[in-house]
Design a protein around this ligand. Structure first.
Ligand code: FMN
Length: 339
């Protein structure tokens, strides 16, 4: 048994056998706004300049460079693009949880009867908090408009009222509002990330040995999905934070008792939900943290990331261009009741 778990961790780690969603596109409905292309976190949705329409693409052995986030569908103002079905890894190291439902479905807070109703109808019976939870989307299309300092302070205030083990409140927020500084850091991290993506991508035989070995040592780090996101960064001239006017690096005090990463994550989600309730858009960014790890210590130091602080994540904040906060379909997670 132990042996088979060991092998499972090594098997199919590099471009694992995967099932991808399928895209449906109605050209007559398309307003050619490019929102689906801009909102895609990877290179999955590309733009045909000649016809002014989107088209889905793959990346190397990924048949589609898609995470099933369905943001292309969420941001489309006319319902011209639909992604149906899920992203599911079928075998090996990153195999998707087996008892997760294969069906993707829109929010059903009141149970099965919601399957027959539109979200607008369901929404009338929801609390304000529930509405924000279901509508919040990752925003990747920002207006070139500054966010008032009072609003940033207000959402950080909301973050601080999150629960934390032993009431340690082990978090710190580093707010960057200088667009040039944001882009400088984007590009520095991007360069490092290209190196990681370079190890993963390519057809040489040694990658199929190296990537499983590295993924065994760097648990949950070497996966095809971030590689597809890095490819998007590459094609966007090294821009990781999508031109957001504000980026907040969220740090944790490593001396926090219990689980300071979890505490800080809870503060982050308070911040994000408060931001959306105030009409702002947000986007969690993991690629900065991943890049910083491999950059000289002085880069982190310039951001105030020194002992006892360590970076947990970065969050982009800004005003969304258009109405992008919309519900999307998800899988049903496994739930077990013990009574
Ligand atoms: C910890 C964390 C890191 C993330 N890093 C990135 C990132 O670097 N780039 C990006 O475009 N999206 C990033 N995302 C956003 C996810 O892709 C997104 O949350 C997911 O696809 C679900 O979409 P939704 O947020 O619209 O519901 C990150 C999300 C989380 C929670």
């Amino acid at each position: 048994m132990k042996n088979s778990i060991f092998l499972e961790k090594l098997r199919y780690a590099h471009y694992p056998p995967t099932k991808y969603p399928r895209f449906e596109f109605d050209e007559d409905k398309c307003k050619h706004c490019k929102a689906c292309f801009l909102a895609c976190p990877t290179t999955c949705i590309q733009w045909n300049e000649k016809k002014k329409i989107p088209y889905p693409t793959g990346l190397e052995k990924m048949e589609l460079a898609c995470l099933s986030c369905n943001n292309c569908e969420a941001v489309c103002p006319t319902g011209a693009i639909r992604a149906r079905g899920e992203y599911r890894v079928l075998k090996g190291r990153y195999r998707t949880t087996d008892d997760r439902s294969k069906e993707m479905y829109f929010p059903t807070p009141f149970g099965k009867k919601d399957l027959e109703r539109s979200f607008t109808e369901i929404e009338k019976e929801l609390t304000e908090v529930e509405r924000v939870i279901y509508r919040r989307r990752s925003i990747r299309i920002f207006q070139d408009k500054p966010v008032p300092r009072e609003l940033v302070e207000r959402i950080i205030e909301a973050a601080q009222w999150a629960p934390s083990a032993g009431n340690c409140q082990p978090w710190k927020f580093v707010v960057i509002v200088d667009k040039k500084k944001i882009e400088e850091l984007d590009r520095k991290c991007a360069k490092v990330l290209y190196g990681i993506a370079g190890l993963y991508q390519g057809s040489s035989w040694w990658r199929s040995i190296l990537v499983p070995l590295v993924s065994y040592l760097m648990v949950n780090k070497m996966d095809q999905r971030p590689i597809a996101a890095i490819e998007k960064v590459k094609r966007s001239d090294g821009i990781i934070c999508f031109g957001a006017p504000v980026v907040i690096h969220v740090l944790m005090d490593v001396r926090g008792i219990g689980d300071p990463i979890l505490d800080t994550a809870l503060a982050c989600q308070n911040l994000v939900l408060a931001a959306h309730s105030l009409g702002l858009g947000t986007l969690y960014i993991g690629l900065i943290k991943n890049g910083l790890k491999y950059l000289p210590k002085r880069v982190s130091k310039e951001l105030g990331i020194t002992y006892p602080y360590a970076i947990v994540t970065s969050i982009c904040i800004g005003y969304a261009k258009g109405k992008l906060d919309n519900p999307v379909a998800r899988n049903k997670c496994p739930v077990e009741w013990i009574s």
